[in-house]
Design a protein around this ligand. Sequence first.
Ligand SMILES: [Fe+2]
Ligand SMILES: [Fe+2]
Length: 383
Amino acid sequence: MSPLDFYQDNRFMNMLTRLHSKTTFNHIMEFISQNFKEYLPFEKVGLALVDEEEECINNRKVISDISSSSFGFEIPYYGTDLKEIIEMGIPKVINNLEVYFEKNPSSFWPIRILGEGFLATLILPLKVRDKGVGIIFFGHHSPNIYTQTHIDFLRFISTHVSTVFEKSFLMRELALTTVMGLANLAEKRDLETGQHIKRIKYYSRALAVELATNSIYKHKIDEEFIQDIYDFSPLHDIGKVGISDAILRKPGKLTPEEFEEMKKHTIIGKEILEAIEENLKKKGFSFFKMGIEIVYSHQEKFDGSGYPQGLKGEEIPLSARLVSVCDVFDACSLDRVYKKAYSLEECYRIVEEGKGTHFDPVIVDSFMNIREKIEKIYHRFHD
Ligand SMILES: [Fe+2]
Ligand SMILES: [Fe+2]
């Protein structure tokens, strides 16, 4: 089909209009998965974005007819042909991955991105303000399935997908940058270091990846959950911007009245994020659902003795249960005005002691499974 044919096809034009109304990565990907099949054969479609800090590319959303294959996290990106494809910005067809591997032996990324057994792939590079930021990829088990018509379709649709993606990407970035500014401010007043926030982010993500392999939680954790945990765990104490220095920096134990004041940081945090989320919703966007859960419920305890609501067990959102383990562990390892830093061994012991009372026992077990990763992160972001 030529571009003219597409423009004259009413169903296609209608689909295009609906595509432009999508505002989140998830909605865009779900829309593509449901509506592109008429024009393009695929059994799997995914979104993978470049993480510059980690120098890798990560799956952000994968929709597959066949299986929910393993998470593609930390796939090497620099020095690969994938980087070239993204920088060129032109859709790429690989109709036989076996042949492609033979010619490009270093191209192991499709296996990680697509999962096992896919032989043909179409890759649509994504740019934001002319900078390559990731790809949308399609996969099929049959080699040589993609013809010139499919390529024409993808070329034609690519500007539209890029535009709608760019809008969502920039909006999320903007919202995140704003709240991260506040989170940093809260942390600077409280701890005088930015490292706690950084470690929490990495600890929480590593723990979420581990929990995704646990039979109890694997159905609740997908790529979106993992990314949200990474983005929103640093916000947990954002509400401390509203707590006075006299309480926040008090060298001794808080009086019962002061402790009541301190507890309010969960409510203040929730109100801050809810106000931003309300504004975003007016524009058709919504990003902060998990962020709100974390700030509001990270001080809850598994046995119901926490605050602000005294939630128990599974009543506490999974995201908040997960972050609370990482937060307490990291707080133990810090020097504070009212206490000395504990050794890592002591911090593990404190987490282990809280199993079933303070913390979800399954999450504690998973945390203990990844001690090696935790220590790597600890040393990487230690001041
Ligand atoms: Fe807190
Ligand atoms: Fe914290």
